[in-house]
Design a protein around this ligand. Structure first.
Ligand code: CA
Length: 245
């Protein structure tokens, strides 16, 4: 799969990562290991600096600690999503705070890693995020930038990662878009929550089926004419969900 990466002469990929983490040891560890595979890794030691850098430059990924001095990771994530920034966000959360984890995913983080984590696991997660992004970019390239999925009055522009409902833009988080894209690319097919976690979130999310439910509820609130009587993303009782008829 590494063939999908844009590989530079020295074997690193042309990716820029921002790490917002106040614990120096963790920040240094991440910088050390991610620098082996990525072109640029910049660390910010607090929330203000993290938010400033996040907004100032284009990043391929932001790794965001939740507990930060100044502005919290959740607030940074919320702010970035409210500015319609769809940069992938990987959250670092403490083991004891499942609430943070769930909340983080719900406000638009793409993935999370629980502290203490193994560097290998974190690097694997980072590569999985890049693979998803690169696969999408490749797909766009193959479709000459005009890839589009239409279903009734709903249209997905895969190049711009934009969703239009009766011609009006619908603001989705990166994960909501990926989820809708997955459904719309397979109309009529039934997916279990575990299958959706696997396909849309990637590996390592066993046991987080409720994350799927909450994302689908938010997606329905944004795209369904009547979220209480869904007509696009349908519940298949006891199995999961399917898109369309
Ligand atoms: Ca911290």
């Amino acid at each position: 799969m590494t063939g999908m990466f844009n590989v530079a002469m020295n074997g690193t990929v042309h990716k820029q990562i921002l790490v917002v983490e106040d614990e120096k040891d963790i920040a240094q560890l991440l910088q050390l290991h991610l620098s082996e595979c990525c072109e640029q890794v910049v660390c910010a030691p607090d929330g203000q600096e993290g938010l400033r850098l996040a907004l100032e430059q284009q990043w391929d990924l932001i790794i965001l600690d939740l507990r930060l001095p100044g502005i919290s990771g959740l607030d940074i994530c919320r702010h970035l999503r409210s500015t319609q920034s769809y940069v992938p966000i990987l959250m670092l959360t403490a083991k004891s705070t499942e609430l943070d984890r769930v909340l983080g995913l719900e406000i638009g983080a793409d993935d999370y890693v629980t502290k203490p984590f193994s560097v290998q696991e974190l690097v694997a997660r980072v590569k999985a995020i890049f693979r998803r992004c690169d696969a999408l970019a490749l797909h766009r390239g193959q479709n000459d930038g005009s890839a589009r999925i239409e279903h009734g009055n709903l249209a997905l522009d895969l190049e711009k990662r934009q969703v239009l409902l009766s011609g009006q833009t619908v603001e989705l988080t990166a994960r909501e878009f990926d989820l809708l894209h997955h459904f719309a690319a397979h109309p009529g097919r039934v997916f279990s929550r575990a299958q959706l976690l696997d396909s849309v979130w990637g590996y390592g999310h066993e046991g987080y089926e409720h994350t799927v439910n909450s994302h689908i509820n938010r997606l329905r609130a944004k795209i369904e004419p009547d979220p209480a009587q869904p007509s696009l993303i349908l519940t298949v009782w006891g199995v999961g969900y399917r898109f369309g008829n």
